[in-house]
Design a protein around this ligand. Structure first.
Ligand code: TLP
Length: 338
């Protein structure tokens, strides 16, 4: 089976498994896991933040950020196709008691002038606009990279109104290797940033949240409240360290696979690609001939898994466990069912 459902489906490599076996561990609830501490130090440095917190998942990173930045009754501005709004099980309302305000961007990109219109004035009956979240790369828009000038403008504008910013950087390394802009530069425009080890970096588990020391101390408390305090978590931090040292540059290969796939699938009659250009490792497309479910079932029968995107869209995600040959094979399968 060729699995293009997500870059989360990768299995730990032998080298990662060795890192797990050799990990020095301790009880992280006491702050004594050497490997977790090394990983957190590395992530803080990488993002230019004072501190970092290893967490179980991307959702936990985002939700701890929301919880630590906001007060109940606050409003949080997100892009209308963002992961936080669409795939996090309404957690902001459950955990933080905040209201999300979706702002429609173009291809996942909302600008400072889009956001400006939605910032509340100070009348007592309005919620307080506390936080703006961006997503880079943008998943539902098809791995779109947020343009750095847009990020700069959003940062400048939000700072000028005292609004905090969080970056859902689940796939920030995909953006960084493609643009050449360091993760530290991207992160510098935000109060907090989270990113995932369990996506393109190929780890079995884990994400990280980075920010000021005070912010991370608050997030650590909330992580514990949510049951996310881990003990000998070094066995999960070790593959993450391995991934940071070895698996970042190779993301470019995944982008090449995605671009090749997009060009070829675009030639198939009845298939339409969402993006004008594929910027990173995600390709979103629709079939004019079949319903989404029908098309996906047909592919599955022939040995290809893809995922359901938003609305009529289907999604193929490229990662380190799919070879160039398998990309060609998946195109053959798609041609054969179409
Ligand atoms: N995205 C998953 C699904 O939930 C859709 C995927 O397969 O792409 N932020 C972004 C931008 C994400 O794409 C994801 C995962 C997360 C956060 C959450 O990460 P996890 O799954 O580790 O909680």
């Amino acid at each position: 089976m060729i699995d293009l459902r997500s870059d989360t489906v990768t299995k730990p490599s032998l080298a990662m498994l060795e890192a797990i076996v050799n990990a020095k561990t301790g009880d992280d609830v006491y702050g004594e896991d050497e490997t977790v501490n090394i990983l957190q130090g590395k992530c803080a440095k990488l993002t230019g933040k004072e501190a970092a917190l290893f967490v179980t998942s991307g959702v936990m990173g985002n939700q701890l950020a929301l919880k630590s930045h906001t007060q109940p009754g606050d409003e949080v501005i997100v892009e209308s196709e963002s992961h936080i709004l669409n795939y996090e099980t309404a957690a902001p309302s459950v955990i933080s008691n905040v209201q999300l305000l979706p702002v429609k961007g173009i291809n996942g990109v909302m600008t400072a002038s889009d956001i400006r219109k939605y910032v509340r004035s100070k009348e007592y009956y309005f919620p307080f606009t506390r936080l703006v979240c961006l997503e880079n790369t943008h998943n539902r828009a098809g791995g779109v990279i947020q343009p750095i000038d847009v990020i700069k403008d959003v940062s400048y504008f939000t700072k000028s109104c005292g609004i905090k910013t969080h970056l859902d950087g689940a796939r920030i390394f995909n953006a960084s290797v493609e643009t050449g802009i360091p993760v530290k530069e991207y992160s510098g425009y935000f109060d907090s940033v989270s990113f995932c080890f369990s996506k393109g970096l190929g780890c079995p588990v884990g994400s990280v949240l980075c920010g000021s020391r005070e912010f991370i101390d608050t997030a650590r408390k909330w992580r514990k409240i949510l049951g996310g305090g881990m003990r000998q978590a070094g066995i999960l931090a070790a593959p993450a360290i391995y991934a940071l040292d070895n698996n970042i540059e190779r993301l470019k290969e995944d982008h090449e696979k995605a671009r090749y796939f997009a060009v070829e699938i675009g030639k198939i009659d009845g298939i339409e690609i969402l993006q004008d250009t594929v910027e990173t490792n995600i390709v979103i497309f629709t079939s004019r001939k079949y319903s989404k479910k029908d098309f996906m079932d047909r592919l599955k029968e022939k040995g290809l898994l893809i995922s359901s995107g938003s609305y009529d869209n289907m999604r193929a995600v490229f990662h380190l466990d799919v070879s160039f040959d398998e990309v060609s094979l998946s195109l053959e399968i798609i041609r054969s069912v179409n």
